[in-house]
Design a binder for this molecule. Structure first.
Ligand SMILES: Cc1ncc(COP(=O)(O)O)c(C=O)c1O
Length: 407
């Protein structure tokens, strides 16, 4: 590691043509010196929990931030008053058309400080305490915790995971909705923690259900850029969906910018755009100048880096799955179709509901499956956004915590 704690590899000076951005060069001493929560909280452990990548963000983003600081131009932004829109809204619309063939009117895009803020504001505007909200489970913790904190009634769509993939029973959901009314389908697409990428047929079915039961769709698509075998399909691009859908996007997962705090929402329903305008103008805060700068740089100039990081994560997820299958035969796992998190079913290891404790005792910090709701008991979530060598160390520690020869 360089003396000043900076990353040792200059991403603009590629050393290995097979790893031009140095994803396999991250080293543990550099990670352990970082101030972010992933490595700072327990630097002595091997950290594979919270969803940050171990790689530096793309140089194009760092350069844009440095250029802004170098101009010493950090005053109030000129983004419109009283209803500002950052340049990221237009950039988002251009990119949606280019990348997803999804045509979005930039006038319908709004900024938020983060994805969860956008989700909460939409639930605040569209629902009241006691209203039903459909949620696929297990679920990214802040989604179900939001429903609990806001007093919304959670209607589960439980995942059944087998060797063929992740399945949800939509006949059962329709039956439930007939007797248990709901207002919103809160989708996490792609799905955290199972890594499920909703296929077009599934999205079509969900839109039909939303039409039949008159549901607003709030779709958290923060992992959209991290799919492997097929491109992400935004649910709002399915026929009939756009006018009832709010889609949340952010560069924070795919470009490793979670600390910047910025997201955008395409808000299809005009009544929700109007309701948002009616809120007092400081109610949802304002966007940080540098965060918007980072988003624009990532979305305008980050595609080459993104392609490389997805190719790296693809190799890592497949190698991880092979190693788990050989060394941890009692653990059920299939490689995620999207996201860089692996969802491990450890219920046959005999370690009970909290296998993350055995991992911790073996020096490995993973996410506790229980945080993802009751169906997460006996599971752990492992963050694979790291080098191949660190992933292999993670497997070593999983093997000593959960494997057949564990101490
Ligand atoms: C599905 C999902 N939604 C939202 C977030 C958090 O987004 P933000 O920090 O923008 O609220 C994450 C972070 O891991 C996530 O996985």
């Amino acid at each position: 590691m360089a003396i000043d704690g900076s990353h040792p590899h200059d991403p603009q000076d590629p050393q290995d043509p097979h790893d031009p951005y140095g994803f396999d060069t991250v080293d543990l001493s550099w990670l352990r010196a970082k101030a972010g929560v992933k490595w700072h909280q327990d630097p002595e452990l091997l950290n594979a929990w919270v969803a940050d990548m171990d790689f530096p963000p793309p140089a194009v983003v760092l350069d844009a931030l440095q250029a802004r600081v170098a101009r010493a131009d950090l005053g109030y932004a000129d983004w419109g008053y009283p209803h500002p829109q950052t340049p990221a809204c237009q950039v988002f619309a251009d990119r949606a058309a280019r990348r997803y063939q999804w045509h979005v009117d930039p006038a319908e895009v709004r900024d938020f400080c983060d994805v969860m803020q956008g989700v909460q504001v939409m639930l605040h505007l569209a629902t009241a305490p006691g209203d039903g909200v459909v949620l696929h489970t297990p679920s990214y913790p802040p989604l179900w915790q939001t429903l609990q904190a806001m007093g919304r009634r959670q209607i589960d769509v439980p995942a059944r995971v087998d060797a063929a993939g992740v399945h949800f029973d939509y006949d059962e959901l329709e039956r439930r909705l007939t007797s248990e009314p709901a207002k919103v389908l809160l989708l996490c697409h792609p799905h955290n923690p199972t890594g499920h990428r909703f296929a077009v047929e599934e999205l079509v079915r969900l839109v039909a259900i939303a039409e039949r039961f008159d549901l607003l769709i709030v779709s958290d698509e923060i992992h959209a850029d991290l799919t492997y075998d097929a491109m992400h399909v935004p649910i709002a691009s399915i026929a009939g969906a756009a006018a009832r859908t709010v889609s949340m996007h952010s560069p924070s997962k795919a470009f490793n910018l979670a600390g910047m705090r910025h997201a955008v929402a395409h808000i299809g329903p005009a009544r929700l755009r109007d309701a948002l305008l009616d809120l007092p103008d400081h109610f949802v805060g304002a966007i940080n100048l540098l965060a918007a700068e980072a988003t624009v740089a990532a979305w305008e100039h980050g595609d080459d880096w993104l392609d490389s990081v997805v190719a790296h994560l693809d190799r890592v997820r497949l190698r991880f799955a092979d190693l788990v299958a050989t060394r941890l035969p009692e653990v059920k796992h299939r490689p995620p179709a999207a996201t860089y998190v692996a969802w491990l079913d450890c219920r046959d290891t005999g370690l009970g509901d909290e296998p993350f404790l055995a991992c911790r005792a073996a020096g490995l910090k993973v996410s506790d499956g229980n945080d993802f709701g009751p169906s997460g008991a006996g599971h752990v979530r492992v963050n694979l956004a790291t080098s191949t060598a660190i992933m292999e160390l993670i497997v070593d520690r999983l093997a000593s915590a959960l494997g057949p020869d564990r101490a």
